[in-house]
Design a protein around this ligand. Structure first.
Ligand code: AMP
Length: 355
């Protein structure tokens, strides 16, 4: 168990790190974070912030020297960066990042555990396109195998004919068949170093332009039916990775059962509702898991939950939400630039308390 006053190092500087640091502070820990220069809003909640490149060995060593444990809030931290940190400081094996960083490897990993994903093919060149369309069929989605997030690095391909003129992005891609789904959901779990696993309720997740817009409970009958199988796969994934902390798996709920989409080896946007809506939030349980504290209960506290992201310029007027009925819980991330499509905050509305 990490003693109060110990220092947690966070790789990444975004809103997830910010909310993680806020939870850590409540438990008597101090956080320091490390990320390349940018709008690093985690810095506001951290005792110290290293704004250095991922490849800056000297800065990484200086950062690690100050940490009692190291975690991440961003799944694309380069593996070479993580390798430069003494491995005994890592709360969770780097293998989780390695798997999640490559959409191709991730789908193979899930298949080995018995999970179902969209049919897919690797695309390395312009010539591979035609082969991929033949093998997988259309419609589909071409995605960069690495570094994509929030729908970035993705191109919808309605038909092979309409793909003419699409230029190969010049990096390894995955072409996936378009899954016909009714709705989407995620399984968010926390796993302790001793292998104890707890799950939060799965919300129905609505995306706009490839980015999460809203998470809702109750999630509906179809998702509720599919959650047990999805949880089983998520728990197997966590065990296979020797995972410690919060892990998220995203699924499509189809008429044939849950289809795995992708995993995030971290706290997740679709779990922001847990701050007010669950007995223990995803952020607090992540901190508890990585510091060796007992895990907290994950039960939902309200009959209904509605979490919506605040995106782009909407953040500039977001304080007006506080005057709305129903006591909305507003979270703004303190980002300096309200760029279009950028997650600036979220608001959670809760229904009647559950007894
Ligand atoms: P991703 O970045 O892979 O999570 O994709 C973002 C969103 O795009 C997903 O949450 C879905 O709404 C949609 N999407 C991605 N891949 C597929 C697929 N193979 N079939 C249908 N929809 C998809």
């Amino acid at each position: 168990m990490l003693a109060p006053g110990s220092t947690i190092g966070i790789l990444g500087g975004g809103q997830l790190g910010r909310m993680m640091a806020m939870a850590a502070m409540q438990l008597g820990y101090r956080c320091i974070a490390y990320a390349p220069p940018g709008d690093n809003v985690a810095a506001d909640a951290c005792a110290d912030f290293f704004e250095n490149g991922w490849g800056d060995r000297a800065a990484l060593t200086a950062f690690a020297t100050k940490c009692d444990v190291v975690t991440w809030e961003f799944e694309n931290v380069p593996l070479s960066t993580v390798a430069a940190i003494p491995q005994t400081l890592l709360a969770c094996p780097a293998r989780a990042l390695e798997v999640a960083q490559d959409r191709l490897g991730e789908k193979r990993f899930i298949a080995e555990l018995g999970g179902t994903s969209a049919p897919f093919a690797r695309v390395e060149s312009e010539d591979d396109f035609a082969r991929a369309f033949d093998a997988v069929g259309t419609p589909g989605i071409l995605k960069t195998a690495r570094d994509g997030y929030d729908g970035k690095g993705q191109w919808r391909i309605p038909s092979a004919h309409e793909a003419h003129g699409l230029r190969f992005p010049g990096r390894t891609c995955i072409y996936e068949g378009l899954v016909e789904f009714e709705t989407e959901f995620s399984v968010i779990l926390v796993r302790s170093a001793s292998g104890e696993v707890r799950f939060w309720d799965s919300t129905a997740n609505h995306h706009e332009g490839g980015m999460l817009a809203q998470s809702v409970l109750p999630a509906g009958a179809l998702i509720e039916e599919q959650v047990p199988a999805a949880r089983e796969l998520a728990a197997k994934t966590a065990a296979a990775l020797g995972y410690v902390g919060v892990l998220t798996l995203e699924f499509f709920a189809t008429k044939d059962g849950p289809v795995f989409n992708e995993m995030a080896p971290r706290v997740h946007n679709s779990g922001h509702w847990t701050i007010e809506g669950a007995a223990t939030s995803q952020f607090e349980n992540h901190i508890r898991a990585i510091t060796g504290l007992p895990l907290g209960a994950t039960a939902t506290r309200f009959a209904s939950i509605d979490m919506r992201n605040i995106v782009g310029a909407d953040a500039l007027t977001a304080h007006t939400i506080l005057a709305e009925p129903g006591e909305p819980h507003l979270h703004l991330y303190g980002k300096r630039e309200a760029r279009e499509g950028r997650k600036m905050g979220h608001v959670t509305r809760v229904g009647p308390a559950l007894k």
